[in-house]
Design a protein around this ligand. Structure first.
Ligand SMILES: Nc1ncnc2c1ncn2[C@@H]1O[C@H](COP(=O)(O)OP(=O)(O)OP(=O)(O)O)[C@@H](O)[C@H]1O
Length: 603
């Protein structure tokens, strides 16, 4: 926690906060002595001048104390709020650039809790630290010293009171502390269920599972409430216990003080001052114990925040001495995979094994395979969202690990399997692909992606995009996401099953448009798809089966030689279509697509 303080607090504001705090402590300790003097010298001797003079001094001291308290609160709040702001900003940046595997290891629910709730805990503890944490011990020691100075005998009362108080605090912390981490974890769980409930709300309704989800949320909610109740009740119990101890201590002081006064061993003013110091001693002790309860909780939060901030990314930029600052010209061997294998850390077996392929500049490689075959993983490796466990991926002859992630990502455009749109407008979404895109370029990309018509009809480039693109159909979302990819001036275009939500005719038109687009003609295109119709015109098709290459070649070649490909064809094509095998495939595709457009049964 101190590490976070050192990193995020500024020296001078903290210095002023503490300086003003010391002034506040000194003035607070001084006030009871002035009261004692007014009683002993002014009231006892009916000296009005003394009473007025000391009254004015008392007012001035109280005013200084008040002003320093205001100043201290100002600096403490500014620093702690600033710490929260900077910490949240750093966490957001870290999470945004966190590599895929680390991101998955944490999970988004806990990342949200850590950025919000945990940071708030730290913010609060630093605010308290700059106010109370130093004031309480200073007041405690100062008050004990002043009280001791007033009467040694009365100090005996504290010999009983303080150990009882200390015992209450220790028991309290012992009960509360182990539950703090579990409280934060339970908040993570609530966030997770809530988040899943929100994103899957339509599925829940469709399956009539509202009751099940509500019960699941209730259970997590009850669990958190139970733990919080135990912790907070334990902490809250401290207050009445301390009040009782404070009351008994005051009774003891008045009882013994009165006897000392009757024996002329103490003055009335001193007893009044002693009572004030006694209250300050116990109040400081209460504040200290409140802080003692806050610190362990903040410590847990600090640890959770640091786990994120200090998580070492597995994907690293190359050492500057060997790094290549730009991509080599792509010509032959533009993209090469050399015996690429990949395994997730926790998984028992490899997801991809020994993949080798070369894609020349301007070529299209289609990747087809069953669910879980490893298609998405392969694209993620090429975009360097993850690194292969073994083997190399080269662009223009250079290993992509020699390029900084920034340079590489400038050259790679990826459309994810699930189209992600950001709230804003069509224009703001397209600007993510190319920050300085002109209207003309945007319309060009939209028309390549077969999205121009519906965008034009619904309001043009400034058409509003709601959160997650909720105001568009699945196919429209896909097309907008594809347009965002196509507008990017990249060398390598990756489409991860992005055509799946499109109807056959749009799918075909889109592929034809990309194939004829001047801008994209000499670029590499990788298309992951499930449909034969989508992949058949590609220059090469890779058939993936359980992470292995089951076939690699043109459609014609695979249709004749690759059993896995033939099996996919059999599952998707009619007998009539299959009979046409080996005739003229490109013509065949056009025919079947046209038939489909006319309401035919093919594909
Ligand atoms: N984070 C992960 N940890 C462990 N295994 C994973 C993880 N992500 C994916 N896998 C596994 O890796 C394999 C390949 O997944 P991948 O998403 O690449 O398949 P895919 O071919 O794209 O499938 P689909 O067509 O269904 O999208 C699957 O068996 C999956 O269970």
């Amino acid at each position: 926690m101190l590490n976070i303080g050192r990193r995020y607090l500024n020296f001078w504001p903290v210095f002023w906060a503490l300086f003003l705090l010391i002034i506040q402590v000194v003035t607070n300790l001084w006030l009871p002595t002035i009261t004692a003097d007014i009683i002993n010298k002014g009231i006892a001797q009916s000296d009005m001048t003394y009473i007025w003079t000391m009254g004015a001094v008392m007012l001035a001291v109280a005013l200084i104390s008040w002003l320093s308290a205001i100043g201290n609160v100002y600096f403490a709040s500014k620093q702690s709020q600033g710490l929260g702001k900077k910490l949240r900003g750093d966490l957001f940046k870290k999470i945004l650039f966190m590599d895929e595997r680390n991101f998955q290891d944490f999970g988004d629910a806990t990342l949200i809790t850590r950025t919000t709730n945990d940071v708030t805990q730290l913010q609060n503890v630093f605010q308290t630290m700059l106010r109370m944490m130093l004031m309480a011990p200073m007041m405690l020691i100062g008050s004990i010293f002043m009280a001791w100075h007033l009467s040694h005998d009365l100090m005996l009362v504290f010999v009983v009171a303080l150990p009882v108080l200390a015992l209450a605090v220790v028991i309290n912390i012992a009960i509360a502390m182990p539950r703090f981490r579990s409280m934060q974890t339970k908040i993570d769980k609530i966030n997770l269920i809530f988040q899943q409930g929100l994103t899957g709300v339509r599925v829940i309704r469709a399956f009539n599972r509202d009751d099940y989800e509500i019960e699941k949320f209730d259970e997590a909610n009850r669990d958190l409430t139970h733990t919080s109740r135990v912790v907070l009740t334990t902490i809250a119990l401290l207050m009445p216990i301390m009040t009782v101890i404070l009351s008994f201590t005051n009774i003891g002081i008045v009882w013994f003080g009165a006897r000392l006064i009757s024996q002329k061993m103490m003055e009335v003013g001193a007893l009044v001052a002693f009572l004030t110091y006694a209250t300050q001693i116990l109040m400081s002790f209460m504040q200290l114990s409140a802080v003692a309860v806050m610190v362990p909780r903040a410590q847990v939060s600090a640890q959770r925040v640091r786990e994120v901030l200090e998580k070492e990314d597995k994907i690293k930029d190359p050492n500057p001495t060997v790094a290549k600052e730009r991509l080599s010209e792509l010509s032959r061997h533009a993209l090469q995979l050399e015996q690429v294998s990949f395994k997730f850390d926790a998984a028992a077996r490899e997801v991809l094994t020994d993949l080798s392929v070369t894609v020349e500049q301007g070529e299209t490689l289609a990747i087809i395979g069953g669910t879980g075959a490893g298609k998405t993983t392969l694209l993620h490796l090429i975009a360097r969202l993850m690194d292969p466990t073994s083997g190399n991926i080269k662009l223009g002859g250079d290993d992509i690990r020699l390029l900084s992630q920034h340079v590489l990502r400038e050259k790679v455009a990826l459309t994810q399997q699930k189209a992600v749109l950001f709230s804003g407008t069509v224009r703001s979404n397209l600007l993510l692909g190319k920050a300085d895109a002109t209207d003309e370029e945007m319309w060009e990309a939209l028309s390549l992606a077969q999205a121009a018509n519906f965008v034009k009809e619904q309001g043009g480039l400034d058409l509003v995009v709601e959160q997650n693109g909720a105001n568009f159909s699945g196919g429209q979302r896909q097309r907008l996401a594809i347009a965002r990819t196509l507008i990017k001036p990249a060398e390598l275009y990756l489409f991860d099953d992005s055509f799946s939500a499109l109807d056959f005719a749009t799918d075909r038109k889109l592929r034809q448009a990309i194939a004829h687009s001047q801008k994209h003609q000499d670029k590499i295109k990788l298309i992951v798809a499930q449909r034969i119709a989508t992949v058949m015109t590609a220059d090469q098709i890779m058939v993936l089966e359980n992470g292995h290459i089951a076939g690699l070649g043109t459609h014609e070649k695979l249709a004749q030689t690759c059993p896995a490909y033939q099996e996919i064809m059999r599952s998707q094509l009619s007998d009539q279509d299959l009979q046409k095998l080996g005739v003229n495939w490109r013509q065949w595709e056009n025919e079947t697509s046209t038939a489909l457009l006319k309401g035919g049964q093919h594909l």
